[in-house]
Design a protein around this ligand. Structure first.
Ligand code: MTE
Ligand code: MO
Length: 251
């Protein structure tokens, strides 16, 4: 979606340009989201033209950390398969990376933690009007994608989550610009500790240029697809399909 903040940030004005003001929160009201969703094609093309989607989200210092990183949405998945994994401290967890890839992956949490890691202190902005700053540690998604080898037809990545939400499971998707962005990580650590279940253990997406609902928690599977048409109702995510939230939720 195009907001004043987005434009200011994309023009390189105002260091980082990411302070949330009251006005900017209005951009996340349902009416605005409806508009943004309706103009999705236009929005995406325009975003590509005027903004640098590769620009980094602002990073903060330890002094800025929120005392508590609030949990939102699912905070303790009830699904039996997830409960079994959690009971075993996720020793049997495997992240699957599949779909339009040359080499489907099945990766344990131990191995994910041994892969090159990145730590970043960023601010999470939820459409509901709250923000929190946390220190996230995880492996850059692009490393896993390179290992799996995306096929040329792959255009989006779908994140399949463990938690039941509405009629099915929570799911989200991003395009390859965000997938290969240096701050896009699959995080297993928060504030120097193991990622808590409330915040998406064992693995959750951080896609720092977008709003909170895009940051899939409890990620079980990353599926590379050519189109979002076959995923849920076709708009690319749980909130997009159920409440018309914008698919591209740029901040
Ligand atoms: N699987 C899953 N991912 C999710 C959600 C959820 O309910 N289930 N909620 C989303 C929303 S709206 C937000 S704001 C963030 C909240 O992340 P947190 O619990 O670490 O604050 O997770 C997002 N990802
Ligand atoms: Mo959110």
């Amino acid at each position: 979606m195009i907001t004043r903040r987005g434009l200011v940030g994309s023009l390189g004005l105002g260091a980082g340009g990411l302070m949330l003001s009251g006005c900017d929160r209005i951009a996340a009201t349902p009416a605005f989201r409806g508009f943004a969703a309706g103009a999705e094609g236009l929005t995406q093309d325009f975003t590509r033209l005027v903004s640098n989607r590769g620009a980094l989200a602002r990073e903060f210092t330890s002094a800025d950390l929120s005392p508590v990183f609030r949990a939102n949405g699912t905070s303790d998945p009830a699904a039996a398969d997830y409960r079994a994994l959690a009971a075993g401290n996720f020793a049997d967890y495997r992240l699957r990376v599949d779909g339009l890839v040359r080499r489907p992956l099945s990766v344990s949490l131990d191995r994910l933690r041994q892969l090159p890691a990145r730590t970043q202190i960023t601010r999470h902005d939820c459409v509901e009007g709250w923000s929190a700053i946390g220190r996230w540690t995880g492996t850059p998604l692009r490393g896993l994608l390179n290992e799996a080898g995306l096929l040329p037809q792959a255009k989006y990545l779908v994140f399949h989550c463990a938690d039941d939400y509405g009629a099915g499971k929570y799911y989200e998707s991003i395009d390859l610009v965000d997938a290969f962005h240096p701050q896009t990580i699959l995080a297993w650590g928060l504030n120097g500790r193991t990622l808590p279940i409330a915040n998406g253990a064992p693995l959750r997406l951080r896609v720092e240029r977008q709003l909170g609902y895009k940051h899939a928690k409890y990620v079980m599977r990353v599926e590379a697809v050519a189109s979002l048409a076959g995923i849920g109702a076709g708009k690319g995510g749980y909130w997009e399909d159920s409440n018309d939230y914008a698919w591209y939720a740029g901040i």
